[in-house]
Design a protein around this ligand. Structure first.
Ligand SMILES: Cc1cc2nc3c(=O)[nH]c(=O)nc-3n(C[C@H](O)[C@H](O)[C@H](O)COP(=O)(O)O)c2cc1C
Length: 201
């Protein structure tokens, strides 16, 4: 792994057009809060779905509202000149959350016709951490086969599954934070977003 500065990481976050933009919103917020550098890229549909789900005002330019930060750079999905479109850029990991079945299929077949897919392809070919948070239900055979292909190519599949063993109560955010925490764990980033099994209740 590379490190931009001691202890800080440079992470690419892709937002595709599946449901669940709140997962990447929480993830990006946490990473920035902890001093990490984030490159954010949303697909065209990703931005539309995120704006709808997060009730973002029409005409808002960025994918998430109120998230300007010196360590955050947002890239167009069409901008293949972004540094992380090349394996030579010192990127520590990439997360695609939520990841649509369309982006899963493209990645599984080497089709990199937007910056999210190109960056994902780069992570796999460079053997760097690529974490996919796929969202569809139910999953058909094509989805499952494509996810298996990605897993076999080194990606980590972290589906946003409901969890109950930490007694989440009624909070959707607790469910979201559980998923974000599992993603952060696999990026090697310390977090206490949920009560771990075996710790004090
Ligand atoms: C409101 C909304 C929700 C969607 N949710 C999902 C989803 O959960 N999973 C999925 O695979 N596609 C979902 N889609 C369809 C994708 O947006 C569509 O397949 C799109 O082509 C994905 O392109 P992208 O992967 O480049 O973002 C949704 C579309 C809309 C409009």
């Amino acid at each position: 792994m590379t490190a931009t500065e001691a202890g800080t990481k440079e992470i690419v976050v892709g937002v595709s057009g599946a449901s669940g933009a709140i997962i990447s919103a929480r993830l990006v917020h946490f990473l920035l809060d902890q001093g990490h550098r984030v490159h954010l890229v949303a697909s065209r549909t990703g931005k539309l779905v995120a704006h709808d789900e997060l009730s973002v005002a029409e005409g808002t330019r960025g994918v998430f509202p109120d998230m300007e930060h010196e360590n955050l750079t947002e890239w167009s999905e069409r901008n293949f000149f972004a540094p992380f479109a090349s394996g030579t850029a010192p990127i520590d990991g990439m997360v695609i959350a939520p990841c649509s079945m369309s982006t899963v299929a493209s990645l599984a077949h080497g089709i990199s016709d937007n910056l999210i897919k190109r960056a994902g392809e780069v992570m796999m070919k460079e053997r760097r951490p690529l974490i996919i948070v796929p969202r569809e239900s139910p999953l058909d055979r094509i989805h499952l086969k494509n996810l298996l292909t990605l897993s076999e190519s080194g990606a980590l599949i972290v589906p946003p599954m409901l969890t109950f063993y930490q007694h989440p109560g009624d909070s959707v955010l607790e469910q979201v934070d559980f998923v974000v925490s599992r993603v952060l764990d696999h990026l090697g980033i310390e977090n206490d977003l949920f009560r771990r099994w075996g710790s004090e209740r």
